[in-house]
Design a protein around this ligand. Structure first.
Ligand code: SAM
Ligand code: SF4
Length: 326
């Protein structure tokens, strides 16, 4: 079991399959973003070896992310390998959904259990402005394909950005009235080279909740008031689905954090919003034994920071979100 020095049992691993992406969302990366060469990223066998090692240390839950995980070559085979790793009970993915129309069924057949699809607005023009390159209809087709493939419950993610989609969040919330989906609103966070957008265009959870409640009346608590992952969950009275709020900035959930991240270049990142990382790929390529790699992981987990420092103005400077794996 991997325990940190605060007694938290860290058993949830987010693996970034690549830092590359087929979109350029304004809150995530610059339009002229440069990506790491493929040779510097974990190769398929390295991902699977590390997944086995983490599983042997009690990690039982894996989420694949990026960048955009579906642009990774062999993504279906990687999912199959991770899903069949002894000890791994749950494999999910966070994706922009563009390629799900084609991939949802093969991914489900390979053992993927759930997806979170990012969709920040239902307005095609605004979607294009936010993602710079994306077509809303492709994402929508991907969401429907995911549902059809049984990747349920479908969870949708929206980052709220002032001046871009703040007026569209009520429409997104309304999707849950007739559908058993979870619509989750994420507070925007600043990363390396924090942009004006990330710093000045944050919409807080309190504001979003207020907007939704002014349309639908007071939201009712779901999940007995317990966090669902990192989300506080509610529902519109009588609705089939839920609404989640991920308020990393204004109401951090660090005390209940059970996760660690493996970046696409093989670094164990202990907190999304702290720079501390442990390089696993270099020792692996240099011939470290499995026991030595296990020790690196356990020592890294032990030193997991308590929480982030956004409230004190501390922004992680070494990477942007897409490089860490959101
Ligand atoms: N490409 C996939 C996607 O967009 O879902 C997976 C990777 S993306 C980095 C994971 C999540 O992080 C997405 O829901 C995205 O909206 C969110 N995200 C990206 N930049 C963010 C930021 N600055 N603050 C908060 N969330 C962010
Ligand atoms: Fe790509 Fe996801 Fe970042 Fe958008 S949020 S640019 S889809 S990695």
């Amino acid at each position: 079991m991997a325990i940190d020095r605060f007694g938290r049992n860290i058993h949830y691993l987010r693996i970034s399959l690549t830092d590359h992406c087929n979109l350029r969302c304004v809150y995530c990366m610059a339009e002229d973003m440069t990506f790491q060469p493929n040779a510097d990223l974990m190769q398929d066998n390295e991902i699977l070896l590390l997944a086995h090692l983490f599983a042997s240390l009690g990690f039982d839950k894996v989420r694949l992310t990026g960048g955009e995980p579906t642009v990774r070559a062999n993504v279906v085979e990687i999912v199959r390998g991770i899903a069949s790793t002894p000890g791994i009970r749950s494999v999910s993915m966070t994706t922009n959904g563009l390629l799900l129309k084609k991939l949802a069924q093969p991914l489900a057949d390979a053992g993927l259990q759930r997806v979170n699809v990012s969709i920040d607005t239902l307005n095609p023009e605004k979607f294009k402005r936010l993602t710079r390159w994306g077509k809303l209809e492709d994402v929508w087709a991907g969401i429907l394909a995911a549902e059809k493939a049984g990747l349920a419950p479908v969870k949708l993610n929206a980052v709220a950005v002032k001046g871009y989609n703040e007026d569209d969040l009520v429409d997104l919330a309304a999707l849950t009235v007739d559908r058993p989906w979870q619509m989750r609103f994420i507070e925007m966070m600043p990363f390396a080279g924090a942009t004006d957008v990330q710093v000045n265009q944050v919409v807080t959870m309190a504001q979003i909740k207020q907007n939704i409640e002014s349309e639908f009346g007071p939201l009712e608590v779901s999940n007995n008031g317990e966090l669902d992952g990192e989300a506080q969950v509610f529902h519109i009275p009588g609705a089939k689905g839920d609404i989640g709020f991920i308020s990393s900035v204004t109401q951090p959930f660090c005390s209940s954090c059970t996760r660690a991240r493996l970046t696409a270049d093989g670094r164990l990142r202990l907190c999304l919003l702290r720079e501390k990382e442990v390089d696993l790929l270099t020792p692996l390529r240099a011939g470290a034994t499995l026991e030595e790699l296990r020790r690196l992981i356990l020592d890294g987990v032990w030193g997991k920071p308590w929480g982030h420092g956004l409230a004190d103005g501390l922004i992680p400077l070494n990477r942007v979100m897409s490089e860490i794996g959101g």
